[in-house]
Design a protein around this ligand. Structure first.
Ligand code: ATP
Length: 520
């Protein structure tokens, strides 16, 4: 088992991310983060090898400082010149920012409906708006900013971004083209398609490409691509960067920033429960992302869950897969009967989506990360139904630390079905996730679960095995009021004690993220 770096002794002087935690952060025990890697030795699902992707790039984006082997010079902590680690994704964004500058004189209204731009790096975002959310960039900026101002100038920023959108490179070419992408390996699969790590040979960097099967008329596919262009305008350190989209046969290909630690779903399933302090930072990042989408673009995410929250080994946490394209949602809904088990009671009952529905889904996701299991489970016979044990590629007994929590609330039939390895066929996966039920044996399970969500008390952040900080318990409870009117708003949640009093630094998050990525 690889040893992971414990927290650097400079943790207290490195960037402080938390809102209101601009003061020196207390050193965090290395057991919380640096050595958080579970003792479970578990093979990754087939095709999920994200461990060596970005950290040690072998090729650098052109025009950026390199030590000759593609690795940007850094000190022992991966900090560059006292600033933050520069991942390939960051380097790409730098390059794209340069391209965008140099393409300002280029006429981008060539009638090409799919012209692309890439999001600025958080660094650039920060420079353009010092009051924006900046938790990933405080190393560079030398201090943290208040969350209460996180979206105060978002409108202005959105306008600025719009002006900058739809750029091509200086030669007038789309910045990301399907033919420039070489497949490296699969990253995972969802209900709608598969995600692959790709090498962009033209841009010299790695990216993630999501292929979504859209069995629709070409005109509908074109409309989907048009709608996806709104992602072009998103520019937030809490939203996974969007690089472009194009039609691929009956698929729509979407190219996005590679998050080399994977989804929070992958992370807890491979490493066990996420340390509660990190869960707090996940909450903070998701809330910032939700507020950005809503305040700047009037978008409600609609699908917050651990597999849509991604992390990278720079310690950044971002959300992806928001409901930007109504046509895409419709097309996928026609293909897959999708019902999310993270859905709020009011949504299950047919009320329209509001940002409070996303808050509910966040609450459920936070419990799942902190307990290392989906919150709705059985309170009997569950030792034999441990999700960890059930993974077919488990190498060792996970041990008592990962037994199902006895505080579960639902009959066995409604337990969250186990995920198959990543290479499982789409059909099997849909069935096993229990969200696509047509003709499957899980129909009653999901209906029972939905009924339970509507009729029974909301889950709580409690466990007989662990004691969670009261601030965290209260926060989660505030997310899970069944009446959306009572549920706390994202803005108020960001001002809550758990978020404001967090001592976790960017450096801590980076140490934690690195510890979750196995070296094999
Ligand atoms: N940008 C990314 N970088 C790295 N891995 C990614 C990225 N996007 C997705 N993945 C991986 O691919 C998996 C599948 O993602 P996808 O969005 O297709 O489905 P999902 O969110 O897991 O499930 P669903 O279809 O139910 O929403 C994720 O769980 C994650 O492991």
């Amino acid at each position: 088992m690889a040893e992971y770096p414990s927290l650097p002794s400079t943790a207290s002087t490195s960037s402080s991310i938390a809102a209101g935690s601009g003061s020196a952060s207390a050193p965090v025990s290395s057991t919380s983060f640096g050595t958080a890697k579970s003792s479970i030795s578990r093979k990754k699902p087939l095709g999920l090898d994200i461990s060596k992707s970005i950290l040690k790039p072998t090729r650098a984006a052109p025009g950026l400082p390199s030590n000759g082997n593609g690795i940007t010079p850094k000190d022992g902590n991966g900090i560059i010149g006292g600033g933050g680690f520069v991942s390939e994704a960051d380097m790409l964004r730098e390059e794209i920012a340069n391209l965008q500058l140099s393409s300002k004189s280029t006429n981008s209204s060539s009638g090409h409906s799919l012209s692309l731009s890439l999001p600025d790096s958080p660094i650039n975002a920060n420079h353009s708006d010092s009051s924006s959310t900046t938790n990933t960039t405080t190393n560079k900026e030398g201090g943290s900013t208040s969350t209460s101002t996180s979206t105060s100038s978002s409108k202005k920023k959105g306008d600025k971004e719009k002006k900058r959108s739809k750029h091509k490179d200086k030669d007038g070419e789309d910045l990301v083209k399907d033919e420039d992408l070489e497949i490296i390996h699969d990253l995972g699969a969802g209900n709608g398609g598969t995600v692959t790590k790709v090498w962009n040979k033209k841009r010299n960097c790695v990216m993630a490409r999501k292929l979504i099967l859209v069995d629709a008329k070409p005109s509908v596919r074109k409309q989907i691509l048009r709608e996806l262009q709104i992602m072009n305008d998103c520019n937030s350190p809490y939203i996974v960067g969007y690089y472009g989209c194009f039609p691929v046969d009956v698929h729509v290909g979407i190219v996005i920033e590679l998050m080399d630690a994977g989804s929070l779903n992958d992370i807890y399933r491979h490493n066990g429960p996420v340390p509660i302090e990190v869960v707090g930072k996940v909450a903070e990042a998701v809330l910032h992302g939700l507020m950005y989408l809503y305040d700047v673009h009037r978008i409600i995410h609609r699908d917050i869950k651990p597999s849509n929250i991604l992390a990278n080994t720079n310690g950044e946490i971002k959300i992806c897969d928001f409901g930007v394209s109504g046509e895409l949602i419709n097309s996928i809904a026609n293909t897959f009967v999708g019902t999310s088990t993270y859905m709020s009671p009011e949504r299950i009952q047919g009320a329209p989506y509001t940002i409070k529905s996303d808050v509910w889904s966040l609450g459920i996701s936070l419990i799942e990360l902190a307990l290392g299991r989906f919150p709705f489970t059985d309170n009997q016979d569950n030792e034999n139904d441990n999700e960890f044990e059930a993974l077919s590629d488990t190498e060792e007994d996970p041990g008592p630390e990962h037994d199902f929590d006895p505080d579960a609330t639902l009959p066995l039939s409604t337990q969250r079905p186990k995920l198959p390895p990543a290479d499982t066929t789409k059909k099997e996966r849909r069935k096993s996730k229990g969200v696509s039920l047509a003709g499957g044996g899980h129909t009653m399970s999901i209906l029972d679960l939905l009924q339970h969500i509507v009729n029974e008390p909301a889950p709580r952040l409690t466990s007989r095995r662990k004691t969670f900080p009261q601030e965290a318990v209260t926060f989660v409870q505030d997310c899970l009021y069944k009446d959306p009117a009572e549920r706390t708003s994202p803005q108020d949640l960001l001002a809550s004690d758990w978020i404001v009093n967090s001592k976790v630094t960017q450096s801590d998050l980076k140490t934690w993220a690195l510890s979750t990525v196995s070296e094999d």
